[in-house]
Each structure stands twice: as C-alpha cells, then as structure tokens.
Design a protein around this ligand. Structure first.
Ligand code: PRP
Length: 214
C-alpha cells in the first residue's frame, strides 16, 4: 500500500487536527514526544505519514504532491493561491480577516482615499481593495505585529487576523471592515484526489460522521 502523506501547519492547528484524527482512529504516538527532533512520523498499520511544516509552506507541499493532504488555515490558502482542492472545513481555529485601524480611518475607507495598508497578507489585501472595493491603495508587507503599523504611522489601516479582538482593543484599534471568515481547511493534491480517491473519501466521510455525531 502506498503511503498517504499529511502536511500539518505547525502550532495550535496541528494539535487540534491530531486530536480530531485520533477520534477517528488515526493515531501517531511518535508525534506526541515533545523531545523528539524527528520531522516525519509514520503509522505503518494505516499507511499514513505525517509531517509538520510552516503554515505558509503547507500549500506548496500539497501542490507539488510531496504531501497528499494538508491541514492549513484559509488565510494561508487564499494568500498562497496554489493549485489544490480545498475539500473540507474543519471548523477549528475560527477567526476573521479584517481591515482594522483607528476609528478615524473609517472616513478614509468610505471615501476611497489612497491609503497605506500594512499586512502579512498582501495578496488577500490586494484582492479585497482592488477587486472587491475598487479602491487604489498602497500595500506594505510586514511579517508580524501588524497592529504596530497604524500606531507608529507606517500605515492608515491594516489587513489582519482578528480572533478575540483583544490585540486591537489593547492598542486602540478596531475592526473597520470584514474581508472574510477563516478556519482550518483540509486541502488535497489534485492528482492524489484521483489516485487515492477511495482512501481520501473514507477519511473525509469518517470526519463528517464524527461531526454529525457530536
Ligand atoms: C495574530 C494576528 C493578531 C492576533 C489576533 O497574531 O496577527 O495580531 O493574532 O488575535 P486576537 O484578536 O485574539 O487578539 P499572531 O499572534 O499570530 O502573531 P503575529 O503578530 O506575529 O502575526
């Protein structure tokens, strides 16, 4: 039997996804050892392999077929724009992609002013402002702590993930517009979907059944 390989986005998402897999009998004891430096884990019986990767790399592994299946956030899927099938919404890691800023920036958005937008997600921001809002903006790519940008005067607004809203509140910022809802998704390589149709569909069915039983 050929192995089916899973690429999981490192961090909270992977932990939650593994808990879910466990409930449908997909276990990987090896992966639980916090001291292990191993990068890839195997369940010989089931013919599954698992590896953890940086979230932004998961769609790349899946597009090229180095992983058959990926578990990754919708934010990364949208931003990376890779050729793959998004087959299932796991409903975990729910949050929103939003345009945020100080209340005073509301007017700038309303009047389609040429503003600066700082973000870790330039493709999502571009798509939103150019294709949906038809507003010309300057997009500034940052790599973290995006909320700093409007505070120190780098940009008027940001496009970023909002989960509880605590980071915004503590920094005097607010949600000004919602871009889209986000959550963890299962993505599948396009060739694997055909070649391993039976095993992949069985997996999806088990997850679906688990959800409807809850
Ligand atoms: C994310 C996001 C916000 C924060 C939102 O950042 O970019 O800063 O979480 O969460 P909240 O609404 O619950 O406050 P993350 O912690 O992933 O790190 P980053 O700043 O390096 O992007």
């Amino acid at each position: 039997m050929r192995y089916i390989t899973f690429a999981l986005a490192k961090g909270r998402l992977a932990k939650k996804a593994l808990e879910l897999f466990e409930k449908i009998g997909i276990t990987c004891e090896e992966m639980k050892d916090p001291d292990s430096r191993k990068l890839i884990f195997v369940n010989e019986e089931l013919g599954f392999k698992f590896f953890l990767a940086k979230a932004t790399d998961v769609p790349t592994y899946v597009e090229y077929g180095a992983a058959d299946i990926g578990i990754v956030g919708k934010d990364t899927i949208l931003e990376e724009g890779r050729a793959l099938y998004e087959v299932y919404d796991l409903g975990i890691g729910k949050c929103r992609m939003c345009v945020c800023g100080p209340k005073s920036a509301e007017e700038l958005l309303k009047h389609h002013e040429l503003i600066r937008v700082a973000t870790k997600y330039p493709n999502i921001a571009k798509d939103y402002f150019y294709n949906k809002k038809h507003q010309t903006v300057e997009i500034i790519k940052l790599n973290g702590s995006i909320e700093l940008a409007p505070i120190v005067g780098l940009s008027e607004v940001i496009v970023d993930i909002v989960e509880t809203g605590a980071t915004l509140r503590e920094n005097g910022l607010e949600v000004l517009e919602e871009v889209c809802p986000l959550s963890a998704r299962i993505v599948v390589n396009q060739v694997s979907m055909k070649m391993e149709n039976e095993r992949i569909n069985k997996l999806l069915e088990d997850i679906r059944n688990l959800e409807s039983a809850q």
